[in-house]
Write a protein that binds this ligand. Structure first.
Ligand SMILES: Cc1cc2nc3c(=O)[nH]c(=O)nc-3n(C[C@H](O)[C@H](O)[C@H](O)COP(=O)(O)OP(=O)(O)OC[C@H]3O[C@@H](n4cnc5c(N)ncnc54)[C@H](O)[C@@H]3O)c2cc1C
Length: 506
């Protein structure tokens, strides 16, 4: 058991913690400041939810469909400094919804034309009715927002079932202030014109073009940030925080070591931080912390990867959406399409584990590739959508067959499954009230709780946002600067709006 003191303790080496630590390091270099900080993480290496796993057979899988789309010059500068500029593949998003046994280009609401006439009528009459009825005040929840903006037809056919599959919460329990660029709206004139002209629209959204590392998956980016942008002696792994005593400004690690701090930047999920802090608070503060923690809603994510022998039959498709109940997953990523090195080299000899229709291939002799891969995401919530750990992989493979992603005779050579307890921070109707109470309560105790789950705002929970949450928290600690990403989410998400006055340099 040892004890030490640092001025700033950063807990978590995901994008938020690494954003914070690299900012500290940048200030030391460029402003010649002497900063006393330390980044610690429970895991043995950097990356957090943005890491990449490798199966025994050599297939890479990210923890869900991660693509880089940046709102910030600063973020671009950081990852370019860490990884170089010629280490990326650039892809055009090719994305479809699979329903009614056919591909409908994403977003669904702009491509009603691809549906059969009865569905087209339902969607268009709903849209026209919604447009004809003026909005009477702000929608109370996401379901109401969909009805008012897209109409009951689109809601019933696509939005409600799809969003339940993604979030594992009914849309009536979700708020709508997070929407912004995350959900395409529907334009009634365009929808009618497209249906009558039988034209198909595409290319919506902020990530129509995205980049992906040629090697190492998404996790490779964060390993490089950890290696190249933060001094090694400022990082400590295999160090899990099990207690936070806010009054004494000290954390206890799972091996009994104690670290005292002046300021703490925590990227631990906010509900867990609140429960730890509650332990050493007065009764009324502890009750407040626990009530906030209980109210925060989240879903867990199952990431299922399958490595396959053969040539990818899905051309340039990137990620695909599944609203129907013929498969448990809401999204599938053709992960081998992002980078050649996401699969083993074709010369690698692998036996077949099973076939697409579930038939066993036991005793199969190893043979060569080529290989391709699919990554599937399944949501789970204790409140609304349980998932059976022992059955989900089998059901996903059957789902791939049902939705024609694979064929009965497709050879499966690798199977991957990982469950993330905290997968998506749910924008629940009660969320903002809790955040307005919990984040200032912690800040009053010199704890900056930031990040995808640290500050629990899905609208600023991607890698670029998380990095900036960390960067801005550091500047707030050191200089009192405003934290834009945390406090002005829709502003930072406005397309094309970048911080041009803030740059990363190495
Ligand atoms: C399914 C899925 C899909 C996604 N898709 C995209 C995408 O397409 N594009 C995109 O940009 N982003 C995407 N993201 C988001 C991206 O993963 C996050 O933005 C990012 O990982 C959040 O970073 P963070 O540092 O806030 O948190 P995390 O990555 O969760 O890191 C937190 C770190 O804290 C550590 N920690 C937790 N508790 C303790 C403790 N008690 N003691 C010590 N250490 C602790 C953890 O080990 C972890 O390393 C996706 C995420 C998921 C789950």
């Amino acid at each position: 058991m040892s004890s030490k003191h640092v001025s700033t303790l950063i807990v978590g080496s995901g994008p938020t913690g690494l954003g914070a630590a690299s900012r500290m390091s940048q200030h030391e270099r460029t402003m010649h400041m002497k900063l006393d900080y330390l980044l610690i993480d429970a895991n043995e290496e950097a990356g957090g939810l943005a890491c990449t796993d490798v199966t025994e057979e050599g297939f890479l899988f990210d923890l869900g469909g991660h693509v880089i789309f940046s709102h910030f010059d600063y973020f671009d500068g950081l990852i370019n400094a860490a990884c170089g500029t010629d280490t990326w593949n650039t892809h055009q998003r090719v994305s479809y919804v699979w329903m009614r046994d056919r591909w409908i280009p994403y977003p669904f609401q702009n491509n009603i034309t691809c549906l059969d006439v009865p569905d087209q009528i339902k969607c268009l009459t709903g849209l026209v009715a919604a447009k004809a009825k003026p909005m009477d005040g702000k929608p109370k929840n996401f379901n109401e927002w969909i009805d008012k903006v897209m109409g009951e037809g689109i809601n019933e056919i696509f939005m409600r079932p799809y969003n339940f599959k993604v979030w594992a919460y009914p849309t009536s329990e979700m708020q709508c202030s997070w929407l912004g660029e995350r959900v395409a709206t529907a334009d009634v004139d365009k929808a009618i014109t497209n249906v009558l002209n039988k034209t198909v629209a595409g290319g919506w959204g902020p990530n129509a073009i995205f980049r992906f590392p040629k090697e190492g998956g998404t996790g490779g980016i964060w390993k490089n940030v950890s290696k190249n942008c933060v001094p090694q002696d400022k990082q400590q792994y295999n160090s899990k925080v099990v207690k936070i005593n806010a009054a004494e400004k000290k954390v206890t690690l799972d091996n009994g070591d104690v670290i005292t701090y002046d300021k703490l930047l925590s990227t631990i999920p906010l509900d867990m931080t609140l429960r730890m802090v509650a332990e050493s608070e007065t009764e009324d503060v502890a009750a407040k912390c626990r009530s906030c923690a209980d109210t925060l809603a989240y879903s867990s994510s199952h990431i299922i990867g399958i490595g396959l022998r053969g040539v990818n039959p899905h051309d340039t498709k990137c990620w695909l959406y599944y609203p129907e109940d013929n498969c448990p997953f809401y999204r599938c990523t053709v992960f081998s399409h992002y980078a050649e090195k996401n699969c083993p080299d074709p010369t690698v000899m692998l036996p077949t584990l099973q076939f697409g229709d579930g038939r066993s291939a036991s005793g199969s002799q190893p043979s060569s590739g080529p290989y391709w891969s699919l990554m599937l995401e399944v949501s789970e919530s204790a409140a609304h959508k349980p998932v059976d750990m022992d059955k989900v992989v089998k059901e996903c493979i059957q789902g791939c067959l049902n939705t024609k992603l694979i064929e009965a005779g497709t050879e499966i050579v690798s199977i991957y499954h990982r469950r993330l307890e905290h997968g998506y921070p749910t924008p629940h109707v009660d969320r903002d009230g809790v955040l307005a109470e919990a984040l200032p309560l912690l800040k009053d105790r010199d704890i900056w709780s930031r990040g995808r789950f640290g500050s629990w705002k899905y609208e600023v929970a991607n890698q670029d946002h998380s990095t900036m949450l960390g960067v801005e928290a550091v500047d707030n600690m050191l200089f009192g600067s405003r934290e834009f990403t945390l406090n002005y989410c829709s502003l930072v998400n406005e397309r094309g709006r970048k911080y041009t006055d803030m740059k990363f340099s190495i």
